[in-house]
Design a protein around this ligand. Structure first.
Ligand code: ADP
Ligand code: GN1
Ligand code: MG
Length: 360
């Protein structure tokens, strides 16, 4: 269905410069519906926000406005929320009840779906590390938890067990191997949650969704320019941000590669990201966090695979899919990576400690 006219009406609710010339789907996000809006003066990103995933739209937009204002005050390039004509941060369409927001399009940048050059990954590691540093002075109590227990892996495991028990779509028979892969590892999921609750791991303000396409690189220099997709900024662990970046970026293939023969954990990419990240956080990272960096890569990869599998078993209600088996295909790449990481813990730890030595 062509909704262009409806979307044009929504665009009229925002303080845009120029006359709208076109609105088209954009990007590869799994959560929001993203559009590129072109006017005769400027380009914008329009998003229909996902209210199933983020039910508290006011709280979410308040988080984003606070964090982006704070980052701007620190001289960082960040998302620029375009207000509505009524001065609000989003507009709720009366017809479908859905909330929409606009951001200025961050020009002359690229977002990658796969690491093509280790230097790009190193730069993104440094940028996510710096992001963490910049937010260290931000008052976490101002933020609402936009998704409760987002990286609580033991709770993710419980949700997975429930989906297995319900087997709502009759899909379990077709993914027994993957389900068993998770169950066999159920006792490995709690190191970060227990570390946070017993105070061994510090609670920080974290991004929580640090995959490579959530950072924009300069189109000319390929250096990191802006960290985007700020929906999940919440109090969390630095390990979530490190681990999730590795999960996505230290793979030799796309997250939804069907040919598992192409999917490998690349230790050189792990090294590049670690060097970039530690160059930024070496003075704030604790010994416990440093020790758990390799584990966090495994944990976040298992967690994400488990979330894809839970969604597959539950009828694909969370992640956007392009074909019926899409979430199962994604699950398989994650489990392939996790099993290779399990064999590389020692090497990963050596990289982390060697890299830290430079700063002692
Ligand atoms: P989702 O939550 O669905 O992942 P994102 O906010 O990450 O949505 O946006 C999806 C994609 O749109 C990003 O990966 C990026 O390529 C592009 N994008 C988002 N915001 C901007 C922006 N302000 N400027 C340029 N590109 C953007
Ligand atoms: C989603 O929003 P997006 O596409 O950047 C998800 C992440 C997953 C990721 C897997 C809010 O990220 O947690 O790791 O997909 N975001 C949310 O690709 O659930
Ligand atoms: Mg995104």
């Amino acid at each position: 269905m062509d909704c262009t006219k409806e979307y044009e009406k929504i665009a009229e609710q925002f303080c845009l410069e120029g006359k709208v010339l076109g609105i088209e789907p954009y990007g590869n996000g799994h959560i929001n519906r993203t559009f590129l809006v072109t006017t005769d003066k400027k380009r914008y990103i329009m998003q229909q926000m996902n209210t199933t995933v983020f039910p508290d739209t006011d709280g979410l937009m308040n988080n984003i406005c606070l964090v982006t204002e704070y980052l701007k005050s620190k001289g960082e390039e960040t998302l620029d929320v375009i207000p509505t004509v009524d001065g609000k941060s989003y507009f709720r369409d009366e017809k479908d009840g859905k909330p929409y927001r606009f951001y200025a399009f961050i020009e002359n940048t690229v977002s990658y779906q796969i690491v093509e050059d280790a230097e790009v990954f190193r730069s993104s590691g440094e940028a996510f590390g710096n992001f963490q540093n910049k937010l260290a002075g931000f008052d976490a109590s101002l933020l609402v938890e936009s998704i409760k227990d987002f990286h609580n892996t033991p709770k993710r495991y419980e949700a997975f067990r429930k989906a297995v028990g319900d087997d709502k779509c009759g899909r379990l028979a077709g993914c027994q191997v993957e389900a068993e892969f998770v169950t066999a590892r159920k006792d490995t999921f709690s190191k970060v949650t227990s570390g946070l609750s017993n105070g061994e791991i510090p609670l920080r303000v974290t991004h929580n969704d640090t995959k490579l396409n959530n950072i924009l690189m300069d189109a000319v220099t390929n250096k990191a320019r802006a960290i985007i997709d700020l929906d999940t900024i919440m109090p969390g662990s630095m390990l979530y941000d490190f681990g999730d970046s590795i999960r996505f970026g230290a793979s030799t293939a796309l997250e939804d590669e069907k040919d598992l023969g192409k999917v490998h954990f690349d230790i050189n990419l792990f090294r590049a990201y670690t060097e970039g990240f530690l160059s930024a956080v070496h003075s704030s990272i604790t010994a416990k966090e440093l020790e758990l960096l390799p584990y966090s890569a495994y944990l976040l990869t298992m967690e994400c695979g488990m979330r894809f599998l839970t969604d597959y078993l539950s009828g694909d209600t969370y992640f956007a899919i392009k074909y019926p088996e899409h979430n199962l295909v994604r699950t398989r790449t994650q489990f392939r990576l996790a099993s290779e990481m399990e064999k590389s813990f020692e090497e990963m730890s050596k990289i982390c400690t060697d890299c830290m030595k430079k700063y002692s």
